[in-house]
Each structure stands twice: as C-alpha cells, then as structure tokens.
Design a protein around this ligand. Structure first.
Ligand SMILES: *[C@@H]1O[C@H](CO)[C@@H](O)[C@H](O)[C@H]1NC(C)=O
Ligand SMILES: *[C@@H]1O[C@H](CO)[C@@H](O)[C@H](O)[C@H]1NC(C)=O
Length: 180
C-alpha cells in the first residue's frame, strides 16, 4: 500500500511537470450512487445537470443515519471500458479524517481537495455529524482537475468512489465519462 501510494505520487508529479499542456475534453455521461448499507447511509439525490453548453454540474446528497462518524476512508478506482470496465492506473484508499486534520501534509491530495472543497460540506476535520452534500460542483472544475494533469488516452472511463466508514464500505458513487 505504501509503495503503491509513493508510485502514485511520483507518477502525479511527473505528470504535472511534463503534461500540463495536454488539453482534453472530459464529458460526463452518467452518474450512479448506491447505498451499500441502508442502516448507515441513504442516497437522497445524485444527478448530473446540464444548464447550458458551458455550465454543467454534479450534485449529491447522502443522509447519514449513525452520527457522529469519526473514521472515514475513501477508495478511488479508475476503470477503462474495453470489453467491460477494466481497472486502469488508479486503485487507492485514502484516510479522509487523517488528511482533513492536516491537509498540507499531503500536497497531492491537497491539490485535488482545493478544487472540491468549496462545493462540499465534507471539508472540515472529523467527526461528521451531518448529512454529506456535494452542491453543484461544476464540470469544468472536475475537467481541470482530471485532464490537465493526468494524460489519459481517449476513451470511455468509469471512476468509482467507495465511501468507507469504520473500514466497511457504506456507499458507492460511479462517474461515467468519455475523454476525447
Ligand atoms: C449558462 O448558464 C449560466 C448559469 O445560469 C450562466 O451564468 C451563463 O451565462 C450561461 N452561459 C451561456 C453560454 O448561456
Ligand atoms: C484494488 O486494490 C485492492 C487492494 O490492493 C484489491 O483488493 C482490489 O481487488 C483492487 N481492485 C481493482 C479493481 O484492481
């Protein structure tokens, strides 16, 4: 795990230095949210919305039923569609509570967090004693976050996020996107 994370960090740093000129277009095609433990988390809403050609956003609200929550990990997996979705490059698990306690200690995570934090109330140190909301996070910020630093080949992708509390997966979010 530690070795994987170091490789991931090294890869990101190399990407940031050498591929910042890559501009690609990431289009989200679908979003799915699912509760994996209905005694713990319920999906209130979860959708993509196109207001017009230049303004599209993602909104998610999850009701948490066993508050407060003091241990949160997030698992990120990227899949590329070939014959079905196959794991592609990223498969990492990340301790959100530890990170939120001192964001500056992890510069790579901080880079991503800076795009996200103004749209979500999951932006303070643990514990969490409220529902989790991602409110109208615009595509362009996700697009910048992903494509300017991560040079993916064109294709269809699925980005899976597993929300883990007390080491048990409680909810799952899947973003489907095409990169051209
Ligand atoms: C798209 O919608 C947003 C929000 O309503 C608005 O601020 C923006 O001017 C619109 N853009 C175009 C090109 O219509
Ligand atoms: C991701 O990594 C974990 C642990 O290293 C492993 O159990 C899991 O099968 C991997 N998932 C994918 C899709 O590669």
């Amino acid at each position: 795990m530690a070795i994987k994370l170091n490789l991931f960090v090294a890869f990101l740093i190399i990407s940031i230095f050498y591929f910042t000129e890559v501009y690609s277009l990431l289009e989200f095609t679908n979003l799915q949210c699912e509760s994996l433990d209905k005694d713990f988390a319920l999906i209130d809403y979860c959708f993509l919305k196109s207001v017009n050609r230049s303004y599209k956003y993602v909104s998610i609200k999850v009701n948490l039923l066993q508050l407060p929550i003091t241990k949160v990990k997030v698992h990120f997996g990227l899949y590329q569609r070939l014959n079905g979705y196959k794991p592609f490059l990223y498969n990492i698990t990340f301790d959100a509570c530890r990170f939120l306690q001192s964001p500056k200690s992890n510069p790579v995570a901080l880079y991503f967090y800076n795009f996200y934090k103004e749209y979500s109330n999951m932006n303070h140190p643990c514990p969490y004693d409220h529902d989790i909301v991602l409110d109208k996070m615009p595509y362009h910020s996700i697009n910048n976050m992903v494509t300017k630093i991560l040079p993916f080949p064109e294709g269809n992708y699925m980005f899976e996020v597993l929300w883990i509390a007390y080491d048990i997966p409680r909810a799952q979010t899947k973003f489907y996107a095409s990169l051209s």
